[in-house]
Every structure is written in structure tokens, then in C-alpha cells.
Design a protein around this ligand. Structure first.
Ligand SMILES: [Zn+2]
Length: 101
């Protein structure tokens, strides 16, 4: 059993998780509702236990599901992107320097 949107009756899916809260989002109208993890589990949602390491992977996978609202905060996304850019730059730098030898 899952939760249905009180507005339009659409299916509510977990769109984000903040601490011990889960944000459920209506797939039809985008209505969001915050519930506790316990509540979400009781409703029948399969919410994984808090595993910060895996969260990044889950986040990337969920993006296509919830295009309108990224499950992570924008700040975290920016930070992640910055990290990738630094790694990429380092790799490019190495290639250039190595090639001149
Ligand atoms: Zn709805």
C-alpha cells in the first residue's frame, strides 16, 4: 500500500530524504508531503536505512525519476560538480604535462 495525493489522487513517490523525514511527491501534480521514515515504511514504501555513503548513488539514480525536484539540495549538487571539475582538470593537466616529456 502506498500513499495517494490528497489533491488529485495520484501516486505519491519518495522524492527526497532529509534526516529522518521523507518527502513524498505526487507523480501527477507534483504535490509534496513530508512524512517520517517510520510513517513512510508503515505506508509500504521501501525506504533504505540511513547510509550516507550510498546516498550519492541513489541520488544520481533518482534524478531521472524526479526531474522537477532534485532530491539533494542545490548546494550539494554544486559542490559535487565542483569536485568533479577539479578531478577532471587534474587529469587533463597530467596528460598535458606527461605528453611533453
Ligand atoms: Zn496530485
Amino acid at each position: 500500500m502506498v500513499k495517494f495525493c490528497p489533491r488529485c489522487g495520484g501516486l505519491m513517490i519518495p522524492a527526497a530524504r532529509e534526516g529522518n523525514k521523507v518527502v513524498l511527491r505526487c507523480i501527477r501534480c507534483g504535490y509534496t508531503e513530508e512524512v517520517s521514515i517510520e510513517e513512510a515504511k508503515r505506508l509500504g514504501y521501501n525506504i533504505a536505512a540511513e547510509t550516507p555513503k550510498e546516498e550519492r548513488t541513489i541520488t544520481t539514480l533518482k534524478v531521472s525519476e524526479a526531474k522537477k525536484k532534485p532530491p539533494k539540495s542545490l548546494e550539494e549538487w554544486e559542490q559535487e560538480r565542483e569536485e568533479y571539475r577539479e578531478i577532471l582538470q587534474e587529469l587533463l593537466q597530467e596528460e598535458i604535462e606527461g605528453g611533453e616529456e
